[in-house]
Design a protein around this ligand. Structure first.
Ligand code: ADP
Ligand code: MG
Length: 366
């Protein structure tokens, strides 16, 4: 089943939690809603679920308007971080709950629950109470309970958010396999970029109740549409530069920027990811002052090394580009850094392999 969200807005008092959001979720997709806390992810998910109603706009299911239908009439399954299991019920009864409410025959309930226990790899644990399970097992029970009613769409709101990192990684890989196995349409909410990228076919980045960008993980990461997306995806060097006549200038280095052909210069921000920068020891300056040597490398920037920090396989070299007050971080494989053996105070040249330029938008002034 495909879901179409059309121009949905929702306010709480004067606060606009969703601002004219439109989104298609094609049949069979696993879509991640990714954004910081308060960006409207849960509100959007609850509106898709039929637990919350939009002020304007509508929700369609295979072309049919279902905006006014309550959750019970929508055939949705949900797993929320705090959508706790019934503590006094066994695992079996928790999973059976939706089927019993729908008055399914006893034998059918039994067969279905056992099938689900097997699917979520909890065979033989049906008699346990939730308190006798680990956090990861409990969330798998919550998932089995959501799947019991054979939902057409599965909605997950930070389902693994309360679990420790190792279990979280295992469960997300397992969820991905499960999604493919049962051919479900799923929407997964998370504020964790890595989780979204690993799990999802497509990522929708949200900010202030709006969609900033939608695309495959690769598209979003390689071609962030806005400064917000770039920042949110983290770990980036930001510099102030300018654009003019089809070029952006960063510390005097020209970068092709055909999107701005105008002759009137405008300030711009230049984004550089630490792992997309090359660093090399600067050629020694000639006595008597042939100071142009370092800058002669086309498109590279002279800088001084401030410090080197190692964290496992990656080393981070912090530098200060000449004429700048802002530090520039370069990430290198630790082996490469060791071979280069840079020392604080040394002169280097930094060459970006990839540069992204954004013209300032009043919303994103930093
Ligand atoms: P997210 O899931 O991305 O963290 P939410 O959708 O939960 O964001 O919330 C978006 C904004 O709407 C938040 O600022 C939150 O405080 C507000 N909000 C959400 N639900 C309610 C509500 N029932 N009453 C008042 N404000 C709410
Ligand atoms: Mg939320």
């Amino acid at each position: 089943m495909s879901i179409h969200i059309r121009g949905v807005s929702k306010s709480f008092g004067t606060f606009k939690a969703l601002d004219n959001v439109s989104l298609d979720v094609p049949q069979g997709t696993l879509l991640a809603l990714l954004g910081p806390s308060g960006s409207g992810k849960t509100t959007l998910l609850r509106i898709i679920a039929g637990l919350e109603w939009p002020d304007s706009g509508r929700i369609e299911e295979d072309g049919e308007d279902i905006t006014d239908r309550h959750a019970r009439q929508r055939e949705v399954g949900f797993v929320f971080q705090h959508y706790a299991l019934f503590r006094h019920m066994s695992v079996f009864e928790n999973i059976a709950f939706g089927l019993r409410v729908r008055k399914a025959p006893k034998q059918e309930v039994e067969a279905k629950v056992n099938e689900l226990l097997h699917l979520v790899r909890l065979d033989g644990l049906g008699a346990r109470k939730p308190a006798q399970l680990s956090g990861g097992q409990r969330q798998r029970v919550a998932l089995a309970r959501a799947l019991a009613i054979r939902p057409k769409i599965l909605l997950l709101d930070e389902p693994f958010g309360a679990l420790d990192a190792k279990v979280r990684v295992e469960l997300r890989q397992w969820l991905r396999r499960l999604h493919d196995e049962i051919g479900m349409t799923s929407v997964f909410v998370t504020h964790d970029q890595e989780e979204a990228f690993e799990l999802a076919d497509e990522v929708v980045v949200m900010n202030h109740g709006r969609i900033e960008q939608r695309g495959t993980p690769e598209e979003v990461f390689e071609h962030p549409a806005t400064p917000f997306v770039m920042d949110f995806l983290g770990n980036v060097n930001v510099f102030h530069g300018r654009v003019e006549k089809g070029q952006a200038f960063w510390h005097g280095i020209p970068i092709d920027y055909p999107d701005y052909p105008h002759s009137q210069a405008r300030p711009a921000r230049v984004y550089l990811r630490p792992h997309e920068l090359d660093i090399a020891r600067a050629a020694a300056e000639q006595p008597g002052g042939n100071a142009a040597t370092a800058a002669a490398v086309t498109g590279s920037l002279p800088a001084s090394v401030l410090r080197i920090a190692r964290s496992g396989a990656i080393s981070r070299v912090s530098c200060r580009p000449d004429g700048s007050d802002t530090e520039l971080h370069v990430d290198l494989p630790t082996d490469t850094a060791r071979d280069l053996s840079l020392q604080p105070g040394e002169r280097v040249t930094i060459t970006p392999r990839k540069v992204r330029v954004f013209l300032p938008d009043p919303e994103y002034v930093i």
